[in-house]
Design a protein around this ligand. Structure first.
Ligand SMILES: C[S@@+](CC[C@H](N)C(=O)[O-])C[C@H]1O[C@@H](n2cnc3c(N)ncnc32)[C@H](O)[C@@H]1O
Length: 238
């Protein structure tokens, strides 16, 4: 897979040797850092990083935003060698960022109930080269978690409170749970169930991100921005 970036910073992902764009046909030469299309337009050629794939990958539904993924990674300090349980898989965006960090000695077990979504996730994971570090499990996670001594459980599904007791059992001492819910009513219900399950250090956050537009005319926040995505609830077993 290669990432092409044109003169206007537009990005294209391709695994073909010849790629057709509105700016002409590009022939990708092995190890070339720059190529020129048959119409004379220049393209940079890069090995894509996970963020490049994330921006372009096929999605089965809503995925976590970068700001929320970054916050989860920092808050839980998930690291190399960790065992993570994630549900639902969806497009595997969160699962892939987790695997990117826990590899090469850790693993992400991600639960999904819809085969069609798992299929999309499998392709995304393969394109990212992370298949060794992610196992998709076709299982309803409300029925239980198979893994033990888990470092982190991440939940992005409609009824996370049905998983809280299973997560407590699966987590190791000091392990984190993170639940991502678009509605505050879901976050409240999750917090209540976390308290009931004896989780500690329970906190709920909303994360904001604002891009700056910097030009010779002046500097100001972008007039376009993502609004609400979700509430992130964290807790720990200790
Ligand atoms: C919003 S998507 C998850 C997106 C994912 N976090 C990502 O970053 O791409 C929610 C997924 O949860 C799955 N799901 C819902 N309930 C589930 C359950 N009880 N067990 C496993 N997966 C479930 C749905 O099929 C759907 O694919």
């Amino acid at each position: 897979m290669k990432l092409l970036i044109d003169e206007k910073d537009r990005k294209y992902l391709t695994d073909r040797e010849e790629f057709h764009t509105g700016l002409g046909v590009v022939k990708i030469v092995e190890n070339a850092q720059k190529v020129t299309s048959h119409l004379g337009h220049d393209f940079s050629v890069l090995k894509p990083r996970l963020i490049d794939l994330y921006e372009k990958l096929p999605r089965s539904g809503s995925v976590l935003l970068k700001r929320d993924i970054g916050f989860i990674l920092a808050y839980t300090s998930v690291g190399t060698g960790d065992i993570v349980v994630d549900a639902g898989t969806g497009s595997a965006c969160l699962a892939m960022f987790l695997a990117n960090i826990v590899q090469p000695t850790g693993k992400v077990f991600t639960y999904e109930i819809r085969e069609k979504f798992a299929e999309i996730a499998r392709k995304n994971i393969e394109n990212a080269g992370l298949q060794e570090f992610i196992e998709i499990k076709m299982k309803d996670i409300t029925q239980g978690i198979d893994e033990e001594e888990v470092d982190l459980v991440t939940l992005d599904l409609p009824e996370p409170w049905l998983v809280v007791q299973h997560a407590y059992k699966a987590l190791k001492h000091g392990g984190f749970i993170m639940s991502y819910s678009p509605y505050i009513e879901q976050a409240k219900k999750t917090v209540d169930s976390l308290k009931e399950a004896s989780f500690r250090g329970i906190k709920t956050y909303e994360v904001f991100e604002r891009e700056m537009e910097i030009s010779n005319k002046g500097v100001r926040p972008s007039t376009r921005m993502y609004g609400h995505s979700a509430y992130l609830t964290f807790a720990r077993k200790y």
